[in-house]
Structures are given as C-alpha cells and as structure tokens.
Design a protein around this ligand. Structure first.
Ligand code: GUN
Ligand code: ZN
Length: 445
C-alpha cells in the first residue's frame, strides 16, 4: 500500500486566513485573533515556512514555488483537532433511544466485539480517517477497543496518511461482556507493547486508555498509573462525570474516594497529558484539581445532548482564576457529527444554557489551538505560523445556497465565522492538507 506521507511537497496556498496567536479566553479576542483577508501559507517538508499577508510574503518565497489560489470566498485555517473520539463506534453512530449506561450495553459493546477481527477494524479505520479528513480534522485523540489489533489497524492507516494522531487500547477488566475484558496484567502488557511499537513513530502518539472507572478495578487503574509513570510523555485518556447515574455508579464502586476525579487522581492518572472526556458535572474542587494538575477536559457537546448527559459550562472551566485546559471532541459514536463546525454549533448552545455566549473566535480557537493546548501539542499543530506542522483546512465560506445568501449580509469576519459554525458542515470543507500533502479536496459540481 502506498504511504501518502512519504513525499512532502513544497507549495504555498493563498486566500483569506484565520489563526490565533494566543488564548482568547485568557487574553481577549482582539489580542489573539489573526485574520488576513489575503494571506499566503507556504510549506516545505511538511512544515509551514511562511505565513503572512500575501503582499509581504510573496517576494520571500523560493523561486518557482507553486502557489495555489483559493479565492476570496475561502478561509485557510490550521486543521481541526478532535480531542475525544471512538473510532470503533462509527458503525453504530446514531443509535436510538438510550442514555449512557444502557447505550454502552445495547450498542457500543456488541459493536466493539467485532474489532477482534483485524480486517474489520482496518476497514472501519479507513472510513473513520477519510471522514475526519473530509471534515478538516487532521489530529484526533482516539479510543480503540480492548483488542490490540484494533489499535494496530488505526495506527497503520494513520501512518500511511502521515497523520499526527493519538490512540490507545481500552483497558477494561470488569462490567462488560466477557469477550471484551482484559486483565490487569494483559492490559498492562498489551499497552506496553503497543507503546513500544507506536509511540513516537512518525507523528503517532500513544494514549493509555482506561475506558472509565466502572469498567476497571482499582488494581487496573493503579497499573495504568504505573505504566504511565514509565512512559510519562504518553497520553492518558478516560471519561469523567459525564452522566449522573454514571457518577453514582462510580461512587458505589469506590466509596473511599472523595469524588469521581479522585478515583483517577488516587491512581496517578491526573497530570499533564491526561485528557478527560466530558466533565459535565465536575465540582469546583475537581476543576481546581484539574487546573493544578495541568490535565485537560475534552468538551463533547453533540454527545452530551444526544445521550441527554447535560451541558458543559466551558466558561466556568476556563475561569481565569483557575483555568482548566479544554479541547473539543466529537465523541463519536455518541457524538452525532464528524463536523467540527457542527460541534461548535452545539458548543454554542451548551454555553447558552449557562447564559454565556461563545463567540465565533472563542469557538474556532477551541477547535484548533485550544485543543492543541489541551493535548500539549500547541507548539506543533493548531495554528498558522512558521515552524508549525502544515496541517491545514481550507473552508468554502459559501458552501450551500443558504450560506451563500446569508454571507452577503455578514459585516465582518466574526459574523462570517459564526454563520459557518451555525449552518456549515462537511460541505464547507474544500480542502484538507496533512503535513503539506493535499489529502482531501471536495469535487465541485
Ligand atoms: N463512558 C465510557 N465509555 C464511553 C463511551 O464509549 N462513550 C461515551 N460517551 N461515554 C463513555
Ligand atoms: Zn467517549
């Protein structure tokens, strides 16, 4: 199979561009947003070499460099990041009628059993990553299944595409069907072997992945903590405080802990590079603990609404007095869309229910640099600047008849961006570049 990441062409693209020089939650929108109505992004060997207004960049480009023009209806951005997603759940996305715990038993577990078959896992990995690219998502933090071969399948495809991607094998030794259980020892051994095989290879990163506290014994969580201390630059991903019944269940299993997050903290699982999915119902003390630890929350609004879990308060989490790192996640297959624009749409509504208005600038920050910050890779991806990896998305700002119509009344970039995040979806993704390679381009009728 061809490895599309092998050849990294030098090129430049030209059009309107958006990025962030910092965090609008901390420093305000005006001091952090960078919008150029006519910019050039040039790249070589997978890395951005030039970014700025076309007039000031064009003379410094190497002679003969190809410059692709996207026109004034486009918007160039850093590729989107999805900081929480389950690739094995793609075959059962949009499963009807349950909340978290019943949904897991009725839909997720039966589907995840099929991933014992490597060929099936590989077929889903291909569809999953193609769909990510069609939606401008260039980095994801992915849950696989308990089967190591499902991790191999995803990493093999991600490596072929040249993606920066984190993923890991589920650790799950109780409260699931027998076929899906590992043991503390096999979970540790399999995860360690996968780390040795994949972590740091090309752009791939390993995430130690206890599914969530109810499906691991205290012993398995402690073993995950030990493994992480052996490989501290790996990620650790799990779920926390997503659903009220889930929280009660956790406290029944861990009555000696002072709260849900404390179960993880007690096991050495709360520190930088921990990515906790959801956190909808976290207490102020728990948010303080995440802040102090430098751990992150993946905010997954389409999933939270779909499963009736609640609505996360992103402004409370990012409170300047003790800001917690927050990334955005689709959480497919409980999440309902691969589209980061649709995810922003739902993030806006979640914030509204807390009487906060999430501006378009804050939202696009979360989808790019904010999620990269949550994952401690904001020095590599998530913004447009020389030295950053050339993972890019080019949006079509007039992708449907109604967006085209609406855009004539948009008075500035903020309004135009907001229209995209309310009305846009995969049709708005014109092109996706991974390490400078064009891996998705929408065909135009
Ligand atoms: N909590 C534990 N496992 C899962 C999962 O697969 N999806 C979601 N949304 N929450 C979980
Ligand atoms: Zn999840």
């Amino acid at each position: 199979m061809t490895n599309v990441g092998d050849v990294k062409p030098d090129a430049a693209i030209r059009g309107p561009a958006l990025t962030f020089s910092g965090d609008p939650f901390a420093n305000g929108v005006d001091d952090t947003i960078i919008y150029e109505s006519d910019a050039i992004v040039a790249f070589g060997d997978g890395v951005i070499t030039h970014f700025g207004p076309a007039d000031s960049v064009i003379d410094s480009l190497p002679a003969g460099l190809e410059v692709r023009h996207y026109g004034s209806d486009a918007l160039i951005s850093a590729g989107f990041l999805d900081s929480h997603v389950h690739f094995p759940q793609v075959p059962m996305i949009a499963a009807f009628g349950e909340q978290l715990l019943d949904w897991l038993h009725r839909y997720s577990f039966p589907t995840e059993k099929k991933f014992a078959d490597k060929a099936f896992a590989a077929s889903v990995a291909r569809i999953f990553l193609q769909e990510c690219l069609r939606n401008g998502v260039t980095t994801s933090c992915v849950y696989c299944t308990v089967f190591p071969q499902s991790v191999d399948a995803l990493f093999e495809e991600a490596e072929r595409l040249g993606l920066r991607l984190a993923a890991g094998k589920l650790l799950m030794n109780r409260n699931a069907p027998d076929e899906l259980l590992d043991t503390t020892q096999t979970g540790y051994d399999d995860s360690k072997a996968l780390i040795d095989k994949w972590h740091g290879r090309d752009r791939l990163m390993y995430a130690i992945t206890p599914r969530f506290a109810p499906t691991s014994t205290a012993d398995q969580l402690a073993s995950a903590g030990e493994l992480w201390s052996e490989y501290p630059d790996c990620y650790m991903q799990t779920h926390v405080s997503e659903n009220r019944r889930e929280i009660e269940w956790v406290m029944e299993h861990f009555p000696d802990r002072k709260g849900y997050l404390d179960v993880y903290d007690h096991s050495g699982l709360c520190r930088p590079r921990a990515v906790f999915g959801h956190g909808v119902h976290l207490t102020d003390d728990e948010l303080g603990c995440l802040h102090t630890a430098g751990a992150a929350i993946a905010h997954c609004p389409t999933s939270n609404f779909f499963l009736g879990s609640g609505y996360f308060d992103v402004f409370r989490a990012r409170d300047a007095k003790r800001p917690v790192r927050v990334g955005l996640g689709t959480d497919l297959g409980a999440g309902t869309s691969f589209s980061m624009l649709q995810t922003l749409n739902e993030a806006y509504k979640a914030a509204q229910l807390h009487r906060h208005a999430l501006t378009a600038a804050h939202a696009y920050y979360l989808a790019t640099r904010g999620s990269a910050h949550a994952m401690y890779i904001d020095d590599k991806v998530g913004s447009l600047a020389p030295g950053m990896e050339a993972d890019l998305v080019v949006l079509d700002m007039k992708s449907t008849p109604i967006i085209d119509y609406r855009m004539q009344f948009a008075e500035d970039i903020h309004e135009a961006l907001f229209v995209q995040m309310m009305l846009g979806d995969d049709r708005a993704v014109q092109a996706t570049y991974v390490a400078g390679r064009l891996l998705h381009e929408q065909s135009r009728s």
